[in-house]
Design a protein around this ligand. Structure first.
Ligand code: FE
Length: 230
């Protein structure tokens, strides 16, 4: 198995490049525009064929690389059916399996951080986007974020996975690379609530500055990372 967790230091984004073997087909999750040359170098080195570039949601903190990867490799571009992105070749829905040769990702609709957020389950690994972070959860105060929906996504879907499931988020700001569902259930401070309302109150009380790039990134990401035509 080729499992590359790649890091964009400017936005602290994790990108995942997945393939069964050298020479096989590959998927990429949450590519960052500025890192596309690095992904292409790795794809060439591993002699893999990128068949699909996926965003877990419309990001507000970096510009996506899915459009540029599509131009470079003709890979499909995919997001969930709820997204407002207008440039995609595929829209997936809850329970759908996204496939490359020997790799299967099961799409789990996990709204809350945004209304188009998905997680993906692959053989004991879950890619959680910004829904569940390591010792945190994604903010819910813009892009139709909804703390109640996020509580349902986390408690009714992600935390129902086996404790040993490995958690791979879309970001970490302190260098942590992975966790497990069991560890997050016990140690994630945001999840130590007794009720849904307590979770909503906690998220609503956060007073966060908007992401620096939101006014640039969100419009561009609705077009797969290309600036809007003037
Ligand atoms: Fe996000």
């Amino acid at each position: 198995m080729i499992f590359k967790q790649l890091f964009d230091p400017v936005s602290s984004t994790y990108t995942y490049l997945l393939a069964e073997r050298r020479g096989g087909e590959a998927l990429i999750i949450d590519p960052v525009l500025e890192q596309v040359p690095n992904y292409l170098g790795l794809i060439e080195y591993l002699k893999i064929e990128l068949v699909m570039a996926i965003d877990t949601h419309i990001h507000a903190d970096h510009i996506t690389g899915i459009g540029k990867l599509n131009v470079a490799t003709r890979c499909a571009t995919a997001m969930g059916e709820q997204t407002k992105a207008e440039c995609l070749s595929h829209r997936f829905s809850e329970g759908e399996i996204l496939r490359a040769d020997g790799v299967e990702l099961a799409a789990i609709y996990t709204p809350g951080h945004t209304d188009d957020s998905y997680s993906f389950l692959m053989d004991g690994h879950v890619f959680t986007g910004d829904t569940l972070l390591i010792r945190g959860t994604g903010r819910t105060d813009f892009q139709n974020g909804d703390p109640g929906a996020q509580y349902d996504s986390i408690f009714d879907k992600l935390l129902k996975l086996p404790d040993k499931t490995l958690v791979y988020p879309a970001h970490d700001y302190e260098g942590r690379t992975w966790s497990t569902i069991g560890e997050e259930r016990r140690l994630n401070p945001r999840l130590q609530v007794k009720t849904r309302q307590e979770y909503i109150n906690q998220m609503s009380a956060l007073k966060l500055d908007p992401p620096r790039l939101i006014d640039v990134a969100v419009p561009a990401n609705r077009h797969c990372g290309f600036p809007m035509a003037a």
